[in-house]
Write a protein that binds this ligand. Structure first.
Ligand code: PMP
Length: 388
């Protein structure tokens, strides 16, 4: 399709045709036997993607922010100490949510382009008993990747629940929820899970469920309360009809289709694909003498890349030219430097060809704006890195 635009923002992403087709099927009753099977199976497949055979999955209509809200409202009580480890915009959002439920929230913020050190986290955990800590696995505003494994280990050492915002990582970055001892891993449908926006997805560990069960006060968020949703999730997994709020039937049919595609590829293979494409893309960007936000490649996300505009190039004009080339990318999000950088999503069903299209459109736009570069250089760097 000549005028077809390629959506390369960090969510929503390009979706598999099979997923979109599944979504377009005639809507059934939410208690029809075939839908009960679809929702039941989706809950089972989530455990495979999250690598959490012991976890309790939740599928609820809403966005990633609802998944964050669900974790906070069910696990936090008035006066609890909560530690937010932030590497961008979405870390700050977790502080706002945690404050809303009456927590004493402490935020450790990394300078732009960096991550909070393990030493700083341990030092803070020693100061008082923390009920929970939150980690943004990939902060979509900065393209920073945090390694959740050592933080989850620390959380366990200090008897603190660990909550991972995996909105921009689940089904794209490596996650081993049970093995790493993460208590909550949450996401939304529109990113690497590969389903149009509208589903909040969350996996809670047995310890998280225990802490929730032992609450002294009722959950103050009615819609997000696990008291309402746990019986529903259990019923569907046992292939029984049940009702609290009408499930997003078509989205869940699409979710099952996407989870099957993900599991067929296999999580290990999928993570490797994201890593090798991201690495090759960064090589392409570097060959153009452009800098990425993360200070090192080790902390650069594999699901998106955040790139500074080159000096002397008008960011708005660059993005318009890229859009005129039928590739949609995102601008900056972090308020301090919003106008200084742009972001490219590369997660889910992303292929090498998609990223070649992005680099091609970016090169044409840069050349038109008079940027000093050799045409085709980033494509060469990308291909060379990919073939390694
Ligand atoms: N956390 C992260 C890391 C995100 O990238 C986003 C969405 N960009 C959210 C939370 C919030 O998700 P939603 O927009 O679906 O509410």
């Amino acid at each position: 399709m000549k005028g077809r635009k390629l959506l390369m923002i960090p969510g929503p992403i390009e979706f598999e045709p099979d997923v979109l087709q599944a979504m377009g099927m005639a809507t059934t009753s939410h208690i029809a036997p075939d839908f009960i099977e679809v929702l039941g199976k989706s809950l089972e497949l989530m455990r495979e993607v999250w690598k959490s055979p012991k976890g309790q999955p939740f599928i609820v209509a809403g966005t990633g922010t609802l998944a964050m809200d669900m974790a906070a409202s069910n696990l936090i009580e008035q006066g609890d100490n909560v530690l937010v480890i932030s590497s961008g915009y979405f870390g700050k959002r977790f502080k706002d949510i945690s404050d809303r439920y009456g927590a004493n929230t402490t935020i450790l913020e990394a300078p732009v382009g960096e991550v909070v050190s393990i030493e700083a986290i341990e030092k803070e955990l020693k100061t008082r008993p923390y009920k929970a800590l939150t980690i943004t696995h990939v902060d979509t505003s900065t393209g920073i990747l945090v390694d959740p494994k050592p933080i989850a280990q620390l959380a366990n050492k200090y008897n603190t629940l660990s909550i991972l915002d995996g909105v921009c990582s689940v089904a794209g970055e490596e996650i081993n929820q049970d093995e790493w001892g993460l208590d909550v891993v949450l996401t939304a449908s529109q990113k690497a899970i590969g389903v149009p926006p509208g589903l909040a997805l969350l996996m809670a560990s047995p310890k998280a469920m225990q802490v929730w069960q032992n609450r002294k006060t009722p959950v103050s968020n009615y819609y997000a309360d696990w008291n309402n949703w746990l019986p529903i999730m259990k019923a569907y997994e046992e292939r029984r009809p049940s009702y609290f709020g009408t499930p997003a039937v078509n989205l869940i049919v699409a979710l099952e289709t996407s989870l099957k595609i993900i599991c067929k590829e296999g999580m290990d293979q999928r993570v490797k694909r994201h890593q090798s494409l991201a690495k090759a893309f960064r090589a392409g960007i570097a060959s153009l003498n452009l800098s990425i936000l993360p200070k090192t490649n080790k902390i650069a996300a594999n699901t998106l890349t955040a790139v500074y505009y080159p000096k002397g190039i008008d960011g708005g004009a660059l993005r318009i030219k890229i859009a005129n080339n039928n590739v949609i990318i995102a601008g900056g999000l972090l308020s301090e430097i919003k106008t200084e950088y742009f972001r490219i999503g590369h997660m889910g069903s992303v292929s090498a060809n998609d990223l070649i299209a992005v680099l091609g459109a970016l090169e044409r736009a840069l050349l038109e704006l008079g940027y000093n570069m050799v045409s085709g250089i980033s494509l060469q760097a990308f291909q060379n890195e990919l073939r390694k």
